[in-house]
Design a protein around this ligand. Structure first.
Ligand SMILES: [Fe+2]
Length: 460
């Protein structure tokens, strides 16, 4: 995610009258399971999940240092976007050295492989992840930064110059070994595919990105949506999974559901368009686990539909290059429990000590700075900015880390002046939302896949 408090504060104002930013375009056509209520009775019951152990990481935003880490344009990019790009290579190496020690059947990477879709970055990370694990196969999907990105550039002392991005077919070739070549099926209308990483388990790797809309000279589209063609393919494959007695999980870049109150109102482009419809489709066919990225936050949110027997869990993982630099270990047992554990990169080669503090300060200071810039535009006083920006940044970081422990006062307007109070009057709900942890727990969790009850892993 781009950490953009400027946009955040602008959206503070723009969204005052907006209540439905997360919706975009007409609802998808109805599905077969809706048109034919008897369909579910003609299919075998949903299959049990087979035992599986796998690792999830996302948003590595690989950036080849040879593309430049100095100059005014690079400094501006970093200032407006708080990813630790200059350390992405080292962080990936550190993650690999940890992940290699873990048993694992497969690895999921939920998109944003690169800074901005640069071909050289795709080629480099594809090579690097080949040694991520000695045995586990890797499966990737694209993120909003990865395909046909007009902002693929190299940085110079003077500014920046465009470099080649990748077209969708190239992405399928570059990551051929990571899902595309051995797919059971590929969607002709997107970069989605289905694979069988473990016998009896189908992985629905879904391309939720709108790279078709990216135009030279413009900005890449951030929001996500599935076309009607892709949704038809998806439902056909979900039916195939049931007919073949395969349990199903899914992965995609965009959030399946809102991860905090206000997510769709203020940051609708981080939740897939028509999220309710998509979540219902997956839940209707017994998909209970969906792995996502995009917002760079550790959050698990569950969606239960009254008329469906099982809920669907959206297990969002934070970015490798944004504090707290997490990855997850998932264990599904034959007893139908799913245990989710989170790990964090705590050291890199150049910072064997203090990396976590560095990463947190990098995110915090950047967010405070951008918050101040934004508040300034609304003529909030110097003192008001000093008081408000750190509080906004702390709320944001609390959401990035997950398991938010909401304080009694999420933000105080005391001493911030008239403009400070005005901004808060309209937009306190976003700060409140970041401090609000929708159930269940975010970092350690056990889910009973049969009853769909869940407990924090500590309780076991
Ligand atoms: Fe990202």
């Amino acid at each position: 995610m781009r950490t953009r408090p400027i946009i955040l504060i602008l959206s503070f104002i723009a969204c005052i009258f907006c209540t439905n930013c997360g919706k975009s375009g007409p609802e998808p056509a109805s599905f077969r399971y809706q048109q034919d209520p008897k369909l579910s009775h003609t299919l075998p019951p949903r299959a049990d999940y087979p035992a599986a152990r796998f690792i999830v990481l996302t948003d590595p935003h690989y950036y080849h240092p040879g593309l430049g880490t100095s100059g005014p344009d690079f400094a501006r990019y970093i200032r407006e976007d708080r990813k630790m790009l200059a350390l992405s290579d080292e962080i990936l190496e550190a993650a690999a050295s940890e992940i290699q020690k873990e048993p694992g059947d497969f690895i999921l990477i939920c998109g944003d492989m690169t800074k901005d879709g640069e071909r050289i970055n795709h080629l480099r990370i594809a090579e690097k992840i080949s040694s991520l694990h000695p045995r586990a196969d890797i499966y990737v999907v694209p993120g909003n930064h990865d395909v046909r990105n007009p902002e693929a550039v190299r940085y110079t002392h003077e500014g920046s110059q465009g470099v080649a991005s990748v077209e969708p077919e190239e992405l399928g070739e570059i990551y051929g070994a990571y899902g595309y070549d051995n797919a059971i099926a590929r969607d002709p209308a997107s970069l989605s595919y289905v694979a069988e990483p473990v016998n009896g388990l189908w992985l629905f790797a879904l391309d939720s990105c709108l790279w078709r809309k990216n135009r030279a000279g413009g900005h890449p589209v951030v929001n996500g949506r599935f076309s009607d063609k892709t949704l038809k393919w998806l439902e056909d494959m979900l039916i195939q999974a049931r007919k073949n007695n395969k349990a199903a999980i899914a992965m995609m870049h965009h959030g399946l559901v809102a991860h905090y109150p206000g997510n769709e109102k203020y940051y609708g482009e981080y939740v897939v368009d028509h999220s309710e419809t998509i979540a219902r489709l997956l839940a209707a066919y017994g998909v209970r686990l969906v792995f996502t990225g995009h917002f760079h936050a550790q959050d698990i949110t569950v969606k239960q539909f009254e008329d469906l027997p099982n809920p669907v869990f959206d297990i969002e993982t934070g970015s490798l290059v944004t504090w707290p630099c997490p990855w997850r270990e998932i264990t599904i047992s034959v007893g139908q429990t799913c245990t989710i554990e989170s790990r964090f990169i705590k050291a890199i080669d150049s910072m064997p000590e203090g990396f976590s503090d560095y990463a947190r300060n990098f995110a915090l200071e950047g967010t405070v700075g951008l918050g101040r810039d934004a508040l300034k535009k609304y003529h909030v006083s110097e003192k008001g900015m000093d008081l408000l920006a750190p509080q906004i940044a702390e709320a944001y970081l609390a959401h990035l880390a997950g398991d938010e422990d909401k304080p009694d006062t999420v933000i105080s307007a005391k001493g911030t002046g008239i403009m400070g109070r005005l901004v808060l009057f309209f937009q306190k709900d976003l700060v409140e939302g970041w401090w609000t942890d929708l159930p269940p727990a975010d970092n350690r969790l056990v889910i009973d896949l049969e009853s769909s009850s869940r407990q924090q892993a500590d309780a076991f």
